[in-house]
Structure formats: C-alpha cells, structure tokens
Design a binder for this molecule. Sequence first.
Ligand code: GLC
Ligand code: CA
Length: 554
Amino acid sequence: MSDIPLSQPDQAKDEVPWWRTAVVYQIYPRTFADSNGDGIGDLPGITSRVPYLRELGVDAVWLCPFYPSALADGGYDVDDYCNVDPRFGTLADFDALITVLHSAGLKVLIDIVPNHSSNRHPWFVEALGSRPGSAARDRYIFRWGAGSAGDQPPNDWQSQFGGPAWEPAGDGQWYLHLFAAEQPDLNWHNQQVRADFRRTLRFWADRGVDGFRVDVAHGLIKDLNEPYQPWSRLSDITRPDGSHPLWDREELPEVYREWRQVFGSYDPPRIAVAEAAVHPTRRHRYGADGLGMAFNFEMQEADWDPADYRRVIDSGLGDLAKGNTPTWLLGCHDTPRVATRYGLPRQDGGTAQQIARQWLLTDGRQPSVDPTLGQRRARAAIMVLLALPGSTYIYQGDELGLPEVPDLPAEELQDPMAIRSKGKEKGRDGCRVPLPWTTDGPSFGFGPGPARPPQPPWYGEYSVDGQSTQRDSTLALYRATLALRRTLLAGDDFAWQDTGSDNVMAFRRAGAWLSITNFGPRSFAMPAGDLMLASSPLDRDQLPTDTTAWLRST
Ligand code: GLC
Ligand code: CA
C-alpha cells in the first residue's frame, strides 16, 4: 500500500505525523457533560469542557457516536451517518465543538460504524419492505431460513451480545446481526454500500475532523458460502491465517485502500484508527497497511503482572518493524474500569478482565475489591503506557481513577449485552456512568438535571473539582505525567534495562531517561538518576510496591 499517500507531506519534512505520538482522550458523549439538564450528555456539554481537556494535556479527542440513533447500543446503532442526534445537539453544535477543540490545539477523531447500520436506517427500512433478492436487500445480509417453512434461523451463529445472530424478516428470510438485532450487518460486497461510506468520510473530513475511529474494522467482509460452519468451530476469532468466515478476512484491505485514497486527498491527510480484535501478527494489516493505525487491545487484557506487561510491550513494539505505530490503552467504554480490574484478587485460570466480569455479576459483593490498591496500580500503569513509543488512548474518567459501578439497579441497565444475555453478563454500563465534575450538587456537576445511569453516592469523592486541588490526586498525576511527556518525547528509541529482579521492569528511552516499575511485594532500591516523577511517594531511595518512576539518567 506504499503507493497511497498517508503522511508524505509531513514525512518529506522529516517530521513525525501528529498521530504517531498522540495521547487521545476518549469521550462517550452521553455521559461526559450535559448542558441542558435532560440527563443526556451532549455536544455543547463537551464544548464547555474543552478548557478541562486542554489543561489535562491530551493531544486529541475521540468522540464516540453522536449520530441519530435509538441508542439501542449506546449510539453504535446509527440511523443517519451524516447528522447529529437532536439529544446530542445539531450539526452547528458539532461545528462549534470542532472549532473550539482546534483552537485549543486539539485534534478530533470521530467514530464511524461501518459494520452495521441501525434497523431504523432508511436502507434497512427499505430492505425489510422489499422482496427477497431485491437490490434493497442486497445492502444487508439476508438468507433463507432453515426448516421446511423457513421458520428456523439459517444456522446456529450467535450474536456477540448473546442470543441468535439472525432475526426473521417475516417472509422466510432472516437477516444477520453479529451484534444487537437493532444492528443489521451491512453487505460490504455491495458497491453502493462502499461508495456511500466514502461519501460519509468526505462529509466529516470536509467539516474538519482530523480522523476516524473505525468500529469493528475487522468485521466488514464475511464469507457466507455454504455449508455454514457450526458456531462451535468459530470461537477462535483471532486466527493467524485469515481463515475465519466472519472476522479479519483477506479481502478487507481492499476496502481500506479505497478509504486511504479518500484520506490522502486531504491536506493534511486524514488518519484512522481501526478497532481490530485480530491476531497480533495481523495488526499491521489494519494499521500501516490499512487505515493508518490499529488498536492493540493486549494491554487492556493484561493483568497487573510483570510478565504480562513485558510480553504485551514486546508485542506492541514488534509492530514498529512492520511500520505500524504502537497503540496503548488500559480501558475503554467496553471494559470494566482499570482501577477496579487491578484491585480484584488474582484467580487461577482467569484474566483480570474475566474476573471483573464475574465480579460484576455479584453486584460487586464477591470477590472483594480493594479500590485503593486498584487505583495505585492504575496510576503506576498509566505512567508505563505514557513512557512507551507510540500513541496512548485514555478513556474518560480513568484520569480520575474512577472505579467501575458494579451495582446499578437492573432497570437502569441499557447495554444490549446485559439485556440479550439474560443475566449471563452484566454488560458495560458500570463504566459508562456520567462523570463527576463537582464534589456535590445535582449529578455531581454532570449537568443541571439527573444523571443516567445514576451515580453512586461515593462518586463525588472522585470529582474533577475535588482532585484539582489535591496535589497527590490521580488527576494531578495525569496532568503532571502528560506535561512531562511533552518535554521528553523520545521517538521510537527503546531499550529494556535489566533490573536483576523479575518483579521490577525498567526500560530506557532515547538513551536519556528511564521508566521503572515495581510490581513486587517489597520495595526496590532505586537505580542512579534524577527522579522526575513517581506514581506514588518514594520511601527515601526505595521504589515502593506497585509504583512507577521516571528518572533522568545521570
Ligand atoms: C465496538 C464498540 C462497542 C459496540 C460494538 C458494536 O466494539 O466499541 O461499544 O457495542 O462495536 O458496534
Ligand atoms: Ca443534554
């Protein structure tokens, strides 16, 4: 794909394109800030908080979907790709937000959802009203049902959110939805679908967005040739060889090549980051050889464990050899909060992710979580991520050390995962509780009205206002780390440093500074160097347990 310009104008000047080292703040609009008191966060709410983002010191924001939607999956069910849901604001509000972000020096990525539309999208409404085999149906994935009357789904495939992946159209055909039934999968073999999405990309690029986050980027192309493989044979979704019929197909780069042509037609070229849950050896197909960048989810899956961290860092840096920008994240709107994951006891045979999901099912009663420990480790962790080459994503509220809310009342749960799995999964609402901006007041400053889902009484302890005046708060640590990172930018130069202890991980950057993390139960003697910053106070010359420090080499 080297024939397509992604960042040649910058490279010619021998500069690193902004996104290769960007710290990107992820905003979930519904729960970030509410300007008008209806309990739903909105675009003017975000605009009012741009000074906060600027002070935090991030380089860019990623806006989760704000498009017209029934919010059956938090807005990942899009009715109209080129508009703003009235509950979030208007296109004029969007333009105002972009202007204010840009004048604060922040870039903007927006979420684009190409794998599926909503069931209220005019195309899908037309498809349901059209006959089998029609052009309208060809934009989606319709198949005849099984059984003599066609009253059985075509096969036993399951939705990612639980339950069957097929829904009856009422005339013997069924449509495929790998997510909720309100999210019919689009047919990416259809040229009209492809052309329309390129138009959508241009619509937003023309409005000034700097790039896109591409939802389910590994899912667009499917092989539905019969005979269908049974679901039991399809559980390994991250294969090294592109042989899965639903995910990470070999044909996908062709789609993204067309997108890159669109991006390359702008100056500066637009960029995209792929949400691609693929085998690590295939990440570059979505990154350097695909959309420009790809998320690496391995860090989010990792435990607070030195062996896990070393392995995940090596894997991420391995991308550099393929021209890929390493990307790092501790959490997002789909994962139990990192400050909680790292505060749960380790158990045999389960990752921190799996343990946290189990814990959610008990409303947070069993096993017991240690929030102080979780937050301490999460602080040490973000200092590791921000010391690494590449780009880092921060999920809104992680800079406050917000824990997961495990005990939302069942009637407040909105996630289709909770609803469809019938109690087998609690879903993702507990990391999507509106942010606390003030220590008290209605909805802790989220807006003049209520917060949905409701905030727990202890939320005010984590508020922005409260933490802004505390020198040792997690927010203060994030601000200090981000400010320091700006002064230290070290390119891709990275070298592991032997510490003599398996529990203590250290690496040197640009030959000039060192990041060192103590995962072990006992303090560790600090190596030589001037201390620049530490995630927890040092104990004289000792690095305490669960702490990261950055040192300038002497
Ligand atoms: C992505 C989103 C998630 C959404 C799903 C379906 O994984 O991050 O929130 O539910 O895609 O669009
Ligand atoms: Ca609102």
